[in-house]
Design a protein around this ligand. Sequence first.
Ligand code: GLV
Ligand code: GLV
Length: 305
Amino acid sequence: MRIVVTRRIPEAALVELRALGEVRVSTQDRPLEPDELRKAVAGAHAIVSMLHDRIDESVAEAAGPQLRIVANVAVGHDNIDVRTLTSRGIVVTNTPGVLTDATADLAFGLLLTLTRRIAEGDRLLRAGQPWSFHLGFMLGSGLQAKTLGIIGPGQIGRAMAKRAEAFGLHVVYSGRSEPKETLLRQADVVSLHCPLTPQTHHLIDAAALRIMKPTAVLINTTRGPVVDESALADALLTKQIAGAGLDVFEHEPDVEPRLLELDNVVLTPHLGSATVETRTQMALLAADNVTAVLTGKAPENPVRT
Ligand code: GLV
Ligand code: GLV
């Protein structure tokens, strides 16, 4: 069996995969270009993919008819053409559950960083600015008794709600069926936890931003294209909303340049699941899924169309 891993992953997962056959790990310290990816997967029975790899029919074609599984090391699978792969009999798996707490922690961290101006204060000190404590100095806003609107009430959304409730926020939800307008009108904090699908692309666009309160903040730890990033920059510049905490970007790794200039924006480079513990568990779960499929068993985390 040949297992192709598109980018370096924790050793524990490689040890598990090596028990199945020949493991080829990309030696590049960057995402593979589409043609490099197609070349790399030739002859693979299993592909262990990352969220930046576009896995479509051409990749399946390049791998060959023996390809049995694509194990994405991510909970999101918008990078994979699941329908096409499934119709070719290829199993697609993801890594839900193990990154729920880490991602909710980061979302809440972005929120606190924004509302208590933590990153801004850090920049002020590093810039060597003179300062002194006074009652009007660098005031943020409290979260207690505020309303958090969660769009996408899945595992991560509910974990975010749990943290918010512990901090005294009131939580409202909007799922696939409930209209989001009411939530956008009410919420002091809007936090996005829905997957990226054709239906959620630009879910937060200029019109949605206009509905939000001028005091509201937006937190995005799901996928960049759920937000129209240019419309968001406009809304922040014209003070239609008060701030944003973003871990994901519409054109990753690029960031809309106007966002970089704003103090009421906190930015992190897609770190939602980035803890040693979580990344190890994600890689192990992907390896478990590969092991199951290559040994003729049902994988734990199949993605269904
Ligand atoms: C990370 O963004 C993931 O989908 O796991
Ligand atoms: C603030 O630092 C206080 O002591 O109240």
